[in-house]
Design a protein. Structure first.
Length: 291
């Protein structure tokens, strides 16, 4: 069973990641509390920010970003709401996987158990990139705990990755150098300077240091998306090298007609968030506070 559980490539790689993770977390706001929530698939690390009262916001990060990726957003999100930033189980971070995650349903169940363990309901889920996919998987499995779903450039929900991204990712991983990863990110985001920041460095180190064993991110069944009834916001960047954002946005409008779907014409997969988090946080908060 061990070969089906993600882990680090070596003790030295784990130590390198631990240093990068501590630096990335230290660069952001200090959490009010830290939890290690037991689930059927391992323990999930969660950081809480903000006040005790209010509608809870649950943040789901992009692939290998860890909760540190939300650091620049926390000042706005946690001003009036308790915020729970989740380290994805099965990826490098504070969470520790002990059982294989074989399907989207498994990953959704693990997240569902986290919310149950924290006693959370009526949550506002905000997911970016692969975190958007995980948020959709949760709502498909059990929408009863979720009040709203905000998707920021969600991948593989209504479209697949561009083939060029896939082969570049494979090649960068095979080469295994900072230079190769910068080449990949430059193609994907049009910006590789993020790797010089602590919250970007942790992605690079985590990708090189770990071997995640996760199910492929495949679009959910169309019938499952048509059944979504909770309020949904989805923001896509039209200038996108990761997937066909125009097609993804159009398909989401068709399958979830009540969703607020926006295609930002001058943005790529990062939605400009590396340079300025304001437009994204303002849009998400306006959506949440209108409910």
């Amino acid at each position: 069973m061990g070969e089906r559980i993600g882990g680090f490539r070596s003790p030295e790689a784990e130590q390198r990641f631990a240093v990068a993770y501590r630096e990335a977390m230290a660069a952001g706001p200090r959490p009010v509390e830290q939890y290690d929530v037991p689930t059927s698939f391992g323990t999930t690390r969660v950081y809480r920010h903000g006040p005790d009262e209010g509608a809870p916001i649950v943040l789901l990060h992009g692939f290998m970003s860890t909760s540190a990726g939300w650091g620049p957003f926390l000042g706005a999100f946690a001003e009036r709401n308790p915020v729970y930033a989740v380290d994805a189980l099965g990826e490098a971070g504070g969470s520790v996987q002990t059982r294989p995650l074989a399907s989207a349903a498994d990953r959704a169940r693990a997240l569902e158990e986290v919310l149950e363990g924290l006693g959370l309901s009526g949550v506002h889920v905000v997911g970016v990139s692969a975190g958007g996919w995980l948020g959709v998987a949760l709502v498909v499995r059990d929408p009863t705990r979720v009040a709203t779903l905000s998707l920021l450039e969600p991948t593989t929900v209504t479209s697949t990755y561009h083939p060029a991204v896939m082969w570049r990712a494979v090649l960068a991983a095979a080469v295994g150098s900072d230079r190769a990863m910068r080449w990949f990110l430059r193609h994907s985001f049009g910006n590789d300077d993020v790797l010089d920041r602590p919250d970007g460095r942790v992605v690079l180190v985590g990708t090189r240091a770990s071997r995640p064993k996760l199910p492929m991110l495949l679009p959910p069944p169309e019938d499952a998306l048509r059944a979504v009834r909770i309020p949904v916001l989805a923001v896509f960047g039209a200038r996108n090298a990761v997937h066909d954002a125009t097609r993804a946005a159009a398909r989401l409008r068709e399958l979830v007609p009540h969703a607020e779907v926006e295609l930002w014409p001058d943005s790529g997969h990062d939605l400009g968030m590396f340079d300025d988090t304001g437009p994204v946080t303002e849009r998400v908060l306006r959506f949440l506070r209108s409910r």
